[in-house]
Design a protein around this ligand. Structure first.
Ligand SMILES: NC(=O)c1ccc[n+]([C@@H]2O[C@H](COP(=O)([O-])OP(=O)(O)OC[C@H]3O[C@@H](n4cnc5c(N)ncnc54)[C@H](OP(=O)(O)O)[C@@H]3O)[C@@H](O)[C@H]2O)c1
Length: 192
């Protein structure tokens, strides 16, 4: 029998599709909140408390595979619900709790995240930090969700330098946080 296109296998006899064909191209994106000086962390914590940014993070990542370094996992302290938590560590003895998937290289993390996305009919998998993982993953991602926080912070974890000329801004929403007085924007960049 000659090979059939997958679309015809998903089409009912009456010609109506009974399954949405998931596009097997999965976008690898990253999501980060950073200060104007690219600071993203201090003492293994976020440098600010912005509840609306946490809600935004939840909205963008829910249902998807998320990839994080072991240090970021430690700062979260638990797997995030309703997401496939993939943790990268060089330590083969490290075991995450139930609900985490442990891998030992970025390549393995990305392959697993993309496979999970295909299985779950998701078009996107997300790198969620921290600094070491962003630096390695930046060349691989085609979208960045950046919360640009309009402040300079004297922290110890930084987003890598990136070339704005290689990216197109496709969305920007500016907000103000009453409690901290901080202005911040949800910005989305696609690689040109
Ligand atoms: N503002 C934000 O949006 C945001 C988001 C996430 C995190 N953060 C902040 O970022 C900081 C943490 O960043 P970080 O750079 O210290 O740590 P990280 O990137 O979260 O994790 C680093 C760890 O990941 C593992 N790792 C890294 N590359 C690897 C590779 N190629 N193969 C195998 N394992 C690898 C190693 O774990 P082992 O040591 O176990 O081998 C390494 O120590 C914290 O302050 C956190 O709050 C901020």
């Amino acid at each position: 029998m000659s090979p059939q296109p997958v679309t015809s296998m998903l089409t009912g006899t009456d010609g109506e599709d009974y399954a949405e064909l998931p596009d097997d191209t999965v976008r690898l994106a990253l999501i980060v909140a950073m200060a104007s000086n690219r600071c993203i962390g201090m003492d293994n914590m976020l440098p600010w408390r912005l509840p609306a940014d946490l809600q935004y993070f939840k909205r963008i990542t829910s249902g998807k595979a998320i990839v994080m370094g072991r240090t970021t996992y430690d700062s979260l302290g638990r797997p995030l619900p309703n997401r496939t938590n993939i943790v990268i560590t060089r330590n083969h003895a490290w075991e995450g709790p139930i609900g985490t998937r442990v891998v030992h290289s970025l390549e393995a993390a990305v392959a697993l995240a993309e496979a999970v996305a295909v299985c779950n009919a998701q078009d996107e998998a997300l790198i969620i930090g921290g600094a070491e993982i962003y630096a390695q993953a930046l060349p691989l991602v085609s979208r960045m969700y950046i919360t640009e926080v309009e402040t300079e912070v004297d922290g110890d974890a930084f987003f890598p330098v990136w070339n704005q000329a290689e990216w197109q801004e496709i969305g920007r929403e500016r907000h103000h946080d009453e409690a901290t007085g901080l202005d911040y924007s949800f910005v989305v960049y696609d690689r040109l």
